[in-house]
Design a protein around this ligand. Structure first.
Ligand code: MV4
Length: 451
């Protein structure tokens, strides 16, 4: 097992990883930017190193500084958290070259899944269903249009180097196509320096269902069920839950089996997520694989009683997965993301000092957060200030606990998404489980505070 783990991240996930290390008896090193001096991850770690000015580009994304911090403090492994360097193949390679274990998959696995066209091909090769579309990147607009006519409109043009919604364009018909194609291509080129795009049939009302995967270095790969992340806004997830109201035991077995088959195709090691689209007719398709621990991992942890971060650390150290079978589910779990943002103003960030902070609690309630009364939310990073996760015997009890918890969660000084999330819990459509990726477009009155 490792002696000392450096956490190349900040905020709640840095604290989450420190907790896992403590439980495993591993020393921790925090790195921080000049904006994060007063952060709890710095206080709670055994050792800490300042790695630069506030902007991520000059601190949390600077590979040489993070490697140097690990070398100076004698860390033998690095946990990247999510975001920042978590899916950076070059970083994973640099760690290996410096004799530091990267707690995550191999650089090669990150690279394959980072290329969305290559990932599609890898899945298709092992008969995991993919959305009908081009087998790889398309050469030019004519070839792409021919393909689009073949599969039928609407289609979606996606950047091979994209993901998470960047570099995507929908084309309703052939007239629309040429313009959408050029836009997707130039957007891909400027955002990623790679203009490769591919074409897929566009599903109009899919659910976003993702499967949690765990793999070790002994060839064991398993899934830990799904999370339904359909409630999103501009590709930012707002609410995640499990089990999905749309997934039956039979569907879970089939989708989960395919998720494992896909992960096995690349001998996946560590925690990962297979994202799928579930269509209204019950068909499902591979969309992307995320090669990191995700923001919403606590949903799975609470539902199945596993510690995914500890599993990540164990398998990186060469140990076997501590479980080989899916444990029994514990009712239902919902997570909401509490952001310092104003839903009525297009989710504009609301950084500033938290003056009052009172947190919810009680049975089945978990709060993952790095903030406290007197903490100043800096403007430089994402605006996640807390993840509130509630469990109940069934979805009904779970939603009631969430509603109650949101009502007793008091944050003053910054505007938060708490009142908006409480309104979603009261929404009829949400309550009936009738959500898809266009839920908030349809229920846009939820964004405004009622008079
Ligand atoms: C799609 C799609 C419909 N059809 N692909 C969004 C994020 C990126 N990873 C892929 N995305 C989508 N791909 C096909 N063929 C709809 C989306 C999509 C979406 C997916 C999941 C959750 C929210 C979404 C919001 C808009 C579009």
């Amino acid at each position: 097992m490792f002696q000392k783990v450096l956490i190349a991240n900040r905020g709640e996930i840095a604290l989450r990883v420190i907790r896992a290390c403590r439980e495993l008896g591993i020393q921790t090193v925090a790195v921080y930017s000049e904006a994060d001096r007063e952060s709890l991850h710095v206080r709670f770690a055994d050792d800490d190193v300042c790695i630069g000015p506030p902007p991520g580009r000059e601190s949390y994304l600077r590979i040489p500084r993070i490697i140097a911090a690990a070398e100076i403090t004698g860390a033998d492994a690095i946990h990247p958290g999510y975001g920042f360097l978590a899916e950076n193949a070059e970083f994973a390679e640099t760690c290996a070259a410096s004799n530091i274990t990267f707690i995550g998959p191999t650089a090669e696995q990150i690279r394959v899944m980072g290329d969305k066209a290559a990932a599609r091909k890898a899945m298709a090769d092992v008969q995991v269903p993919i959305v009908p579309g081009t087998p790889g990147p398309v050469e030019d607009a004519d070839e792409a249009l021919e393909f689009a006519r073949g599969i039928g409109f609407p289609v979606i043009i996606k950047a091979a180097a994209g993901g998470g919604g960047k570099g995507m364009r929908v084309a309703k018909d052939a007239d629309d196509f040429a313009r959408s194609f050029q836009l997707a291509r130039s957007e891909a080129l400027s955002a990623f320096g790679n203009g490769d795009v591919y074409v897929e049939k566009y599903l109009t009302r899919p659910r976003h269902i993702e499967f949690q995967i765990l793999g070790d270095k002994h060839g064991n790969i398993m899934h830990l069920g799904e999370r339904d992340c359909s409630v999103q806004r501009r590709h930012q997830k707002l609410i995640e839950e499990a089990p999905s109201p749309a997934v039956t035991d039979d569907l879970r077995a089939r989708m989960g089996g395919d998720a494992v088959k896909g992960a096995k195709a690349i001998d996946y090691v560590g925690a990962g997520t297979i994202e799928m689209l579930l269509d209204e007719d019950g068909s499902y398709y591979f969309m992307e694989m995320n090669t990191r621990i995700q923001v919403e991992h606590p949903v799975t942890e609470m539902l199945y009683g596993v510690d995914l971060v500890k599993e990540q650390i164990r398998v990186a150290a060469g140990e076997r997965l501590s479980i080989t079978e899916l444990p029994p589910r514990r009712g239902h779990v919902i997570e909401v993301r509490v952001n310092a943002e104003d839903p009525a103003r297009n989710f504009q960030p609301s950084p500033g000092r938290i003056e009052v902070y009172h947190t919810p609690g009680g049975p089945g309630v978990r709060l993952d957060s790095h903030v406290y009364a007197g903490y100043t939310v800096p403007p430089y990073y994402d605006s996640l200030i807390a993840k509130l996760i509630c469990q109940g015997r069934d979805r009904q009890e779970c939603m009631r606990r969430m509603q109650m918890s949101l009502e007793s969660f008091i944050i003053e000084g910054v505007t938060t998404t708490i009142p908006f999330l409480a309104r979603v819990m009261q929404n009829k459509r949400f309550q009936s489980g009738d959500v898809d990726t266009k839920f908030l477009e349809r229920e846009s009155e939820l964004l405004k505070e009622p008079a």
